[in-house]
Design a protein around this ligand. Sequence first.
Ligand code: AMP
Ligand code: GLY
Length: 424
Amino acid sequence: MDILVVGGGGREHAVIKALNKSRRAGKIYALPGNGGIAKDAECIPVKATDIDGIVAFAREREVDFAVVTPDDPLCMGCVDALEAAGVPCFGPTKNAAVIEGSKVFSKNLMKKYGIPTAASEVFTDPAAAVAYLERASYPTVIKADGLALGKGAVIVNDFDEAKKTIREMMVEKVFGASGERVLVEEFLTGPEVSVLSFTDGKTIVPMVSSMDHKRAKDNDEGLNTGGMGTVAPNPYYTEEIAAECMEKIFLPTVRAMNAEGRTFKGCLYFGLMLTKDGPKVIEYNCRFGDPETQVVLPLLTSDLPEIMLAVRGGTLAADMVRFKKGASCCVVLASDGYPKHYETGFPITMPEPGAGEDIYVAGAKLQDGELLTSGGRVLGAVATADTLEEAIGRAYALADRIHFENAYMRRDIGKRALAALKAQ
Ligand code: AMP
Ligand code: GLY
């Protein structure tokens, strides 16, 4: 079957490589893809947010299936538009994607259905928010309601910082309409876990757990980024905690979405914090995480197109989703300066990955046959191995063989996970 993949980051590269492993995969198109993805799929210069362009392409080439992975097109209704045009899709419809698209929606959902999460208040008026924050205890968390490129959650340490954040979000509107409503949320502490899951709206099958490293610098210092590296599995996520999450969070979320008439089909991402009062939801995403996907899919041993067809068709079963034992690590190479100012356009040299290794390209373009950097996060060096320690070592060995002029990477991806594992 010919498959169209909407998007063009490292996550999409990992999805495309996993699809390509299947006997079922025919031609794969990436819209728009990127210079690195071009090795594994035909890249078509249609933006991921150009819904009409995507539908027109799918019809013209008569693609058999579409996989929509980025948040923007999902929240804009890309799946609805493709399905209406007769193209079967993997991904939630617009009315289900709101679980990520509006943090106020997801917070209300959790409150209504008793799903554990941080306590919070919603504000549409900046003066009311400031009045509330004057009496709040710190640190506290301020979140823009809508999509904000992963930068919409700000931890503030005092009233001055809180006022400044409210001004930026609600008055200066740095996130546009996404900041018209804000949540002020209780600050939680504990290890964070990402759990991606497949769900067809009835059955939910979690994938192997993972740990993201969101801050730009070693020891979780520096600014929040889209993610500087990941490891899987996450050692804090024990079988006992997994069972508790299934009972108190995963199944209740699927049922709640059904009860609201917003059946979710696709990849549902749970951002969890393991607090001393049990696991709580920090955020839902309506899609695969980036760079979680880059460590989760290399451990998948079963057939991804088959799973995706079952998700769409409502025939998902737990035994369709199988992972190998072992661990994986993704080290992101970024352009120095990311997530603020950085330069691009530098030639990239990289080795052919060995067995159990891979390179997923996020921000690079092909120019006259040469691969040049074109984004903040340029690529992820990934290795899988029997142990986490070995996976981390191999991912860094691979990363050290990749060169471009202003390359920057964290040196401590997986360090905390390894320490947690050794303490067990
Ligand atoms: P989000 O954009 O909701 O994923 O938040 C980004 C990051 O902010 C999370 O990965 C957490 O590290 C942190 N964060 C979000 N909400 C809270 C909270 N209620 N308490 C503590 N940290 C939080
Ligand atoms: N890595 C977190 C996300 O994809 O939102």
